[in-house]
Design a binder for this molecule. Structure first.
Ligand code: NAP
Length: 278
């Protein structure tokens, strides 16, 4: 299998590179954090540069691209997350590669959970608007793509930045009324690798959407408490209400993962099961 991972230096991208079969030919991109993995051909690539994206994909000719590159904050959300996705999807189409595009549960307004794959995005915050726009672009202009909607990504080896902040007391308040389905990074990486295998064998000619999230819906506060207990640290955060936040935030973005559980071998474990096994 020839796999191309955008954002290979990111938290999810690195897990995919680490867990992909060692006999796969893998290329991956970074911007500020060089990739130093022996079996990976690394490209310094900004997805906003359409010509550079095309060149990298023409040079490597992957069968499948997993597009994880994105920015969560800053002034370039639309340019990177939406326009950059167009560049990747267009180049994928040109070389006949299948695309797996990473989207997010925050594209929803949080008022109609649980969300299955037919749910229509209604984003509230700038990052979510850019990710919903990326989906629109992929859905409107391309046919060889799978859109994967996922939730809070966490893991311990290495620890994800958000869990580290929660345990270190750098997040003074966690919302008791904001719900997500946190996904263990290894489970998500394995599911994406399995989906890449499926994509190589059964190429699609229409957009398909798949929810890949953990099996357990939790408030951010309850998730924080479980992490603190699992790591034997004192709880350094207070409960707070998302509803009292000055700008509206999606309250409940729980994803329905029944479809993924039917078609994938990879189990998408809930937080309790992951913590009991790690
Ligand atoms: N983390 C979550 O909880 C979560 C939840 C739902 C959905 N998602 C989605 O899952 C995907 C992966 O998230 P993540 O947590 O792994 O993100 P991350 O750790 O922040 O990594 C982002 C990656 O994108 C790269 N990147 C940033 N700007 C770029 C640009 N202009 N051109 C090309 N690459 C660029 C970064 O490269 P450098 O680091 O080398 O600069 C890095 O490799 C994203 O699409 C995100 O929207 C994440």
């Amino acid at each position: 299998m020839k796999l191309f991972v955008t954002g290979g230096s990111g938290y999810l991208g690195a897990a995919i590179l680490k867990r992909a079969p060692t006999d796969w030919h893998i290329a991956a991109t970074y911007v500020t954090h060089p990739i130093e993995q022996r079996n990976v051909a690394a490209f310094c690539l900004d997805v906003r540069d359409a010509d550079a994206v095309t060149r990298a994909l023409e040079q490597t000719r992957p069968a499948v691209i997993i597009h994880t590159a994105a920015q969560m904050t800053g002034d370039a959300l639309i340019a990177v997350n939406a326009d950059g996705t167009r560049n990747v999807a267009r180049a994928a189409q040109q070389i006949g590669a299948q695309l797996i595009h990473l989207s997010s549960d925050v594209i929803f307004d949080g008022e109609h959970a649980p969300y299955d794959e037919t749910a229509e995005p209604r984003p509230l915050i700038p990052y979510a608007i850019s990710k919903a726009r990326a989906e629109e672009i992929v859905r409107a202009e391309f046919s060889n793509a799978r859109i994967v909607r996922t939730s809070l990504i966490y893991g311990f080896d290495p620890m994800d930045p958000r869990t580290r902040q929660v345990l270190n007391g750098e997040m003074p308040r966690l919302f008791t009324d904001e719900y997500r389905c946190p996904i263990f990074v290894d489970d998500l990486a394995d599911a994406l690798i399995e989906l890449a295998e499926i994509s190589e064998i059964s190429k699609i000619s229409e957009i398909s959407i798949l929810n890949l999230a953990g099996a357990q819906r939790l408030s951010r506060y309850d998730f924080g408490v479980k992490l603190a207990r699992a790591f034997n640290t004192i709880i350094k955060f207070q409960p707070a209400l998302s509803a009292s936040h000055p700008t509206p935030r999606p309250r409940d973005c729980a994803l329905d993962i029944a479809r993924a559980q039917k078609i994938l071998r990879t189990r998408l474990r809930g937080v309790d099961e992951v913590l009991a096994q790690n």
